[in-house]
Design a protein around this ligand. Sequence first.
Ligand code: ZN
Length: 277
Amino acid sequence: MKPRDTQTFLIAAIIVLIGIIAYLILFPCITPADAPPEKAPDARDTLYQVSTINALLQSVYDGIVPISEAQMHGDTAIGTTDGLDGELIGVDGGYYVIRSDGVAYPLDGTITTPFISATFFDPDFTIPVNDTADISGFGEQLESGLPSANMFYAIRMDGTFDYVKTRSMPKQTRPYPKLADVVAEQSVFEFHNTTGTIVGFWSPDFVSGFNVPGYHIHFITDDRTAGGHVLDLRMNDGEIKVDITPDLYIVLPTEGDFYHVNLTEDLSSALESVEKS
Ligand code: ZN
C-alpha cells in the first residue's frame, strides 16, 4: 500500500471502531440472537410432560429423562420411573417413588422417567370438599369448582383423610407386557385416618391418548414414607388447592420403542381399567 492508502485505511478503521463502540453504548440491552433467554417467561405455569399415556399403555417403559432434569421443570409431579418401577410423586421439590413394597423412596436425580407430568405449584384458588364418600364424590366436587373443562390444572390437597386406597406397580423386565396386563400384578395399600398430601393433575377430555382425561392423583404420607397412585379416598372436609396451568411442554423419546409402537388405537377403555381399577 502507498502511504496515502494506509492513512485512508486507518481513518476508515477508526471510524468503524467508533461506530461499534457508539452502538454498544447506545444499545447495551441488545443480545445476540443466539443467546438463550435466562428463563422462559411463563415457566412456572407450564405443564411439563415426558412421553404420552398411550405410549405407556403400549409398554414404552424405558426412562428417557433424568429426575434431576424433570425437577428443573417442576416442584410438583406424578409419573413413574424407568421400567415402570413404582408410582412417582413430587412434592415441594422432593421426588419420591412408591415401589410395589409400598415404601416411598427418595429419588436419586440420575434415575430416569419414561412418563411424568410436572409443574411449579402456585395455587390460584381453592375448592372446598365435604363428606366425600369415595373418589367419584371427590371428582364431582373438584369438577364443580373448576372454572372451565378446557384447561389443565395442577391440584394439591394436604390434610387428614379418613381413608386412602393406593396401588403401585412392580418393575418390569423385557419383553415388556402391556400396562393393562401389569395391573394384575399391582400391590394395593390402604390407609385409615392418615395425614398426608395428594398431588396430581386434572386434564381436559381433549388430551385423550396423550395424558389422562379428568383427575390423576398420587398420595404420600406426611412422613413421606408410603403412598401410591390413588384408587379411592374418603374424607370429611378439606380443601383442594388448584393451579391453573395453561402452557404445555412435551418431551418425546427420540429413539427406542416409542418409534415403533402403534399409537393410533383408541386405548381409552384400557386406560380406564389401569387408572381406576
Ligand atoms: Zn398414577
